[in-house]
Design a protein. Structure first.
Length: 218
């Protein structure tokens, strides 16, 4: 199956580079390009891509606003957004997570890593490398106070709360399994159930939920 991708970047040369790299894979195809956030949202609504590669900084409607629009559109529930940043820890990373981004890539990403990242996100996983996750967590810990009530977590069992806390701390499924003396498959199942119960898109949103509800102390 070929995965459709939209590439959004206001710099034509950068955009062309990503398009070329994506189209070089047999299982990926760029179905549309966008020079700003408004065009990206329109392209997503027209083509329903598996993944939108979204530049953070664009004129007019920026990448953050466009990501929020895509996340809020129920017809695009299967579309994932990967933010393109110049630096590994962009100042807008945290806002992007809250807006619904499933992960981040730096613009100097290697071709194979780019294509692998698109496949990972299209499969429903979050694209948060250990280095990015831990930096995100560090910055969240220094950020503003929790924004959402801990009552949001009432739908979770005690074990699920434990798993969510470890996800929020940046642990992988294998690490969670080791901490809680369960199999990696069981840890993965717990994570999937928590995603469903909290009504979020993926693991990236679980990190946000863990901090915004105060489950993980700042």
């Amino acid at each position: 199956m070929t995965l459709p991708v939209v590439v959004a970047d206001d710099q034509a040369l950068v955009r062309a580079g990503f398009v070329s790299l994506i189209n070089a894979a047999d299982d990926l195809v760029v179905v549309a390009e966008a020079a700003d956030g408004a065009e990206a949202v329109a392209a997503a609504r027209e083509h329903h891509p598996a993944v939108v590669l979204m530049d953070v900084r664009m004129p007019g409607v920026d990448g953050l606003a466009a990501t929020q629009m895509i996340s809020d559109d129920s017809t695009l529930d299967d579309t994932r957004v990967v933010m393109l940043t110049t630096y590994e820890l962009d100042e807008y990373v945290f806002e992007a997570l809250r807006a619904g981004a499933s992960g981040f890539l730096t613009k100097d990403v290697q071709a194979d890593e780019l294509r692998a990242a698109v496949r990972v996100v299209a499969s429903g996983q979050a694209l948060l490398s250990p280095s990015i996750t831990r930096r995100v967590i560090d910055a969240f810990a220094a950020g503003p106070p929790a924004l959402k009530s801990p009552d949001r977590l009432d739908v979770l069992t005690e074990r699920e709360r434990e798993v969510l806390e470890l996800v929020g701390r940046g642990l992988s499924n294998d690490e969670i399994a080791g901490q809680l003396y369960m199999s990696p498959l069981t840890a993965k199942t717990h994570v999937s159930r928590i995603v469903s119960k909290l009504g979020v898109r993926d693991r990236a949103q679980l990190v946000v939920a863990a901090y915004e509800t105060g489950l993980v102390p700042r």
